[in-house]
Design a protein around this ligand. Structure first.
Ligand code: NAD
Ligand code: MG
Length: 387
């Protein structure tokens, strides 16, 4: 099987690498990364990839040197990275973080590859476009976000018309019990400690603010086509249940597993088969109890914003995600307080709402990227006023 991994050096990328390295039927095509060229080169050598691509032009020399004598081609820059998605592959992992992951995944669909989609931003910003592109090229998108993989698995053999609702659990993150007053002063270090999952920095902070869950609700709508009122979030601190699907006969099918992304990645890698995977088996007696609680929309406004975006559709997802990325950058840089991230996103959407393009249907990648840029500029201007 010919395989490419976009975002190979990240958290999902490393878990994917781990699974690929255990197999002897893998022909690695393209691996991509950022500034960690030493690790990218190591991965590319180990899997015998055709090409390794760093997103940064100024990292080219270092990557080339790290690959010297390996036979692996080196390339750098955004365009080289997107072009790598044209190289014929059967299975492509989309695990770049943020809106930057959209273009390579889109191109991988155009060559008919099966796209294992960890990059939730692709569906949030350009859901209808991604789904149409997959259909047009007879390519398949397999969800890798754990919740969406769980829903996908619960739907095997089912009629989606019989689905009443989908419940997406959220751990509630490190701030689950914090008061609104305390949240005003939440720090970066505090937001960086996820109770159950080990992930990249950005998604870890998004998990604390529930912006990650907000993206996932939108992702659920776009991937499975359920209506917003069929999609619920519930706080489930143990992160043992990854999603539940409720059918019209009242049955609720839950997917349980250890919090290890190698399950969802491995499911997508082996689909439609179930292969043996190196993930921990649950000891239910040791876990003892599973808790659930309703999410508080006041302390976690991201969920409320997600509902509005799901209703608006069109380019609202692209604007929402871009404003959220700016808010996150500003929070990481110490220029925006924790709760101001949601305020900034809400103000950006409100401002762009006066522009009719926000709810215009998504038909091309270019309009999505234009909205992304417009929302980033609007958010950056608003930040200055909020400081
Ligand atoms: P990460 O930050 O650990 O890794 C991101 C990868 O993308 C790295 O290889 C990095 O070099 C590369 N990258 C970053 N910015 C880039 C850019 N502008 N252009 C090209 N490459 C760039 O992120 P992660 O936690 O592995 O998450 C990756 C994606 O998977 C995200 O969309 C995230 O929401 C999603 N996801 C992650 C997890 C998880 O457990 N980590 C779970 C579900 C979904
Ligand atoms: Mg998830």
């Amino acid at each position: 099987m010919r395989v490419s991994v976009f975002g190979a050096t990240g958290s999902i990328g490393e878990s994917t690498f781990d699974l690929l390295a255990r197999r002897d039927d893998i022909q690695a095509v393209a691996l991509t990364g950022g500034r960690n060229v030493a690790r990218l080169a190591e991965q590319a050598r180990s899997l015998g990839a055709e090409i390794a691509v760093t997103a940064h032009d100024d990292c080219y020399a270092a990557l080339k040197e790290a690959l010297a004598g390996s036979g692996v081609e080196a390339a750098a820059g955004t365009q080289a990275l997107i072009d790598a998605a044209d190289r014929p592959a059967d299975w492509v992992m989309s695990a770049i973080v943020g809106a930057a992951g959209l273009a390579p995944g889109f191109r991988a669909l155009a060559q008919g590859a099966t796209l294992a989609l960890a990059n939730k931003e692709s569906l949030v910003t350009a859901g209808p476009l991604m789904m149409a592109e997959a259909a047009r090229h007879d390519a398949r998108i397999l969800p890798v976000d754990s919740e969406h993989s769980a829903v996908f698995q619960a739907l095997v053999g089912e009629d989606t018309g019989a689905v009443e609702r989908v419940i997406i659990p959220a751990s509630g993150g490190p701030f689950r019990d914090w008061s609104l007053e305390r949240l005003e002063h939440a720090t970066l270090a505090e937001a960086m400690t996820h109770p159950n999952w080990s992930m990249g920095q950005r998604i870890t902070i998004d998990s604390a603010s529930l912006f990650n869950k907000a993206l996932e609700l939108i992702e659920t709508r776009e991937f499975f086509g359920f209506e917003p009122d069929q999609i619920e979030a519930v706080i489930h601190p143990q992160s043992i249940i990854h999603a539940l699907v409720g059918f019209r006969d009242g049955a609720l099918m839950a997917h349980l597993g250890a919090p290890d992304m190698r399950h969802a990645i491995g499911y997508a890698l082996n689909w439609p088969d179930r292969a043996k995977l190196p993930v921990a088996r649950l000891d239910l007696a040791a876990i003892g109890a599973l808790q659930f609680e309703a999410p508080d929309p006041v302390r976690f406004p991201a969920l409320r914003l997600a509902r509005a975006v799901m209703e608006m559709r069109g380019h609202a997802g692209a604007a929402f995600n871009a404003a959220k990325e700016v808010a996150l950058d500003e929070f990481i840089a110490g220029r925006l307080r924790y709760l101001d991230m949601a305020r900034l996103v809400e103000r950006t959407i409100d401002q762009l709402l006066t522009d009719s393009c926000l709810t215009a249907p998504v038909t091309t990648l270019e309009t999505v990227q234009a909205m992304d840029q417009m929302a980033r500029e609007a958010a950056r201007t608003l930040v200055l006023r909020m400081a």
